[in-house]
Design a protein around this ligand. Sequence first.
Ligand code: SF4
Length: 347
Amino acid sequence: MKHGILSYTQSELEGVFSELGLPRFRAAQVFTWVFRFGKTSFFEMTNIGKALQEKLDQMFHIYRPEVARVSRSRDGTVKFLLELADKNTIETVFIPETHRNTICVSSQVGCSVGCKFCNTGYGGFIRNLSAEEIISQFLAVKGYLHLWTPGADRLSNVVFMGMGEPLFNYDNVSRAIQNLMWDEREGLSRRRITLSTSGIAPVLERVARDLPCRLAVSLHAPNDELRTRIMPINQTYDISSIMKACKLYSEHHKFLKITFEYLLLRDINDTDICARELVALLSGVNAKVNLLQFNSWNGCTFKPSQRTIRFAKILQNAGLEAPIRTRRGEDIMAACGQLRTENAKKQ
Ligand code: SF4
């Protein structure tokens, strides 16, 4: 049976090559072909001898999901519906900005967390993605947008904010992150990879200790009562357990701010009282608050807040960094919480 080469770590692949009696640098050569030049066949790797090409082809495959559908937004955002080998579909979003290009990847097919404001959550959970499937989202996007060519834009930032709760698939997500930081692959620095979570406190503590990346916590409410109303997972992992794990993260990553995502929902969590409670909660935390504007979807009862600027001012006047994030991809249902495909609806 062939193994997926994308899921191998640097040391694992070098170990395989050394067992084959090959120098370690061959592993780096192979990944340069895959990640920098987009090759999907070992026979296209011209600086590797024929015998090794054949050997690698017998042992490994280079996985790339099918691009089943592409939607382009007026603002340049591109949403991909990717079909996996088992015909399940996931969504990946490319977000171009002036000084960076971000890819938003999925970590699961569906999601079990069930946030009330999230369209993806309503589709339910199907399965975890493998590390290979997570990494292959980069290759599919780079391939479709022709980002291999010299001088083409780079995928400079990665956010785990697509379908799924990454911390419920921790082993595969952490392997994918570590592989993406390897030079011969994407060579992304830890400051350019952001792991977003609804706050699975015990796993968050593992992230704090083991993963060298940025952290974004979907908070969305300043107290347990309100948070449980819109994020039932809060009954299991309440705000105090999340803040305890965040404290541990700050101890291990002294210079990295934690981003707290706060989706403003009209007359739910956008009052002055909520803003002041949020200030108090984050006092002493190395924090930044991303204020998100809600994008409505069919059948949803929540409405976008009309108090966004006032809410932001209260936070900013208290000394918190609290930018209002611009909506991206609204016209193609690609913004946060809208990653529910027509396919999922059919399923
Ligand atoms: S917001 Fe994230 S964690 Fe919550 S249901 Fe949606 S995909 Fe899952």
